[in-house]
Design a protein around this ligand. Sequence first.
Ligand code: NAD
Length: 508
Amino acid sequence: MATAATTSTSERLSSENPATGELVGTVPVQSAAEVDAAVVRARVAAHSWSALSFDARAEELTAFRKAIAAHADELVDLLHRENGKPEREGYVEVMMALGHLQHAVARAEIAMAPRRVSAGMLANFRATISYHPLGVIGVIGPWNYPLFTPMGSIAYALAAGNAVVFKPSELTPLLAVKLAEIAATSFALPDLLQVVTGAGATGAALAKSAVDKISFTGSAATGRRVMMAASERLTPVLLELGGKDPMIVADDADLEKAAEACVYGALTNSGQSCVSVERVYVADSAHDRFVEEVVKHVRALKVGGDDGHLGAMTSAAQVAIVKDHLVDAIARGAKVVTGGPDAISGNYIQPTVLTGVDHTMKVMREETFGPVIPIQRIGSLDEAVKLANDSKYGLGSTVFGGKAARAIAGKVRAGMTSINSVMGFAGIPSLPFGGIGDSGFGRIHGDEGIREFTRIKSTAEQVMSIPLNMMSFDQPKDIAKKLRGMIKQLYGDGVVAKAGDLVRKLRS
Ligand code: NAD
């Protein structure tokens, strides 16, 4: 956890351990002028980097990956001390970040390969779509997964041939500084991956700077501010925002597996994941047994300590939000099965299971971002889908069930769904990651995540001449008559077969 200094640009930001309050280290609060200077340097790096072949970039990015792996212990130590997460979760985070880096490098050339497409009516043309690096990508990251989350942009942006300027969360800046140090020793080119540190003002400066795209991960409220700041230069933005991910448990689900997955999905990283299970809808006939199973798993967990499953919450502000949601739910009739607001001590929250919840409660509507499992009994799967979709967010989601699970998953309005598992989509690098509604737009991960950091170029090459050249003023006198005939023939009811041919050709 860190606290930002507030007055002058020579000030420093202190990063503190949320479990102990000890100082982990300090970093500078960088000004708008320093951010702009970093972007200028990045542009020089981007120029050389984009001119390299995919193989040459892959070689350097592989060296970067190996260097990160070699520094895994130091990175995990910083994740533990700045963010509060247990070491075991730190190692999972480093592993997932490396998996994405490896994947992005392996896929970049394929994802960016030029594609020949149908030229439609202009059969004398060769039509091609090609993908090119954008230039400099500004990445603004959150504190909950300070390595994995920004790496979802950094790895894919670099692999696509861009340079990156990364502004980490003010709560976890030292981890990012370490990453930049590793990059500086791995890459032959200087300034390919730079880190600028500071609080919101430094992030705002990056959003207003001359970067070619901003990839922002954080809350919806800040995402709106980033989008407004970026609009000054019409800089495109990719927004990975919050979620209120539903889990649906059908009556034919394997309840033991569903409960185990629910507990992990809701409580990993102390519930501070954008794709945490935030609310659970369980079929009436399965409800009581499911709750029993969930409570059994929850009671076996240890909070705090070196071997703890759940660490300290990263900030006191987040603890206050969780407490507010619990108090609100209880006041509106929810039942605390285990945990509860009285089981909060400092930055540690005992995992809490609530039943008897409904959508009048904050805990079912707003992002709680804490170790809370609110479970609602539902009468039918249609009701579950309706409730799951009753949210301004649409990031991840989970469905447990038998025969109907896929059909239910298809009806959930979300960017991602895991069936009979939790968070599976986040661990599969080929799957694009992102949301809809207040969860943002654009995609990281997968080939789509590589192409997010490219500009698309369309090329139409005339490969032979035809008698009727539409792109010329030199046309027959009766051109209007001819065109009228063609419209009827191609698009009217007259010659359906030919129009059908054209549609088939366009689809191919
Ligand atoms: P936040 O919005 O408070 O901060 C995110 C980043 O934005 C930080 O680096 C911060 O310094 C910076 N910032 C603050 N004000 C800014 C401004 N005006 N202009 C530019 N940058 C500014 O978010 P957080 O509390 O760090 O992260 C938690 C949130 O992130 C949760 O809502 C969580 O769901 C979301 N999240 C989403 C994903 C995803 O992939 N969808 C992943 C992780 C976290």
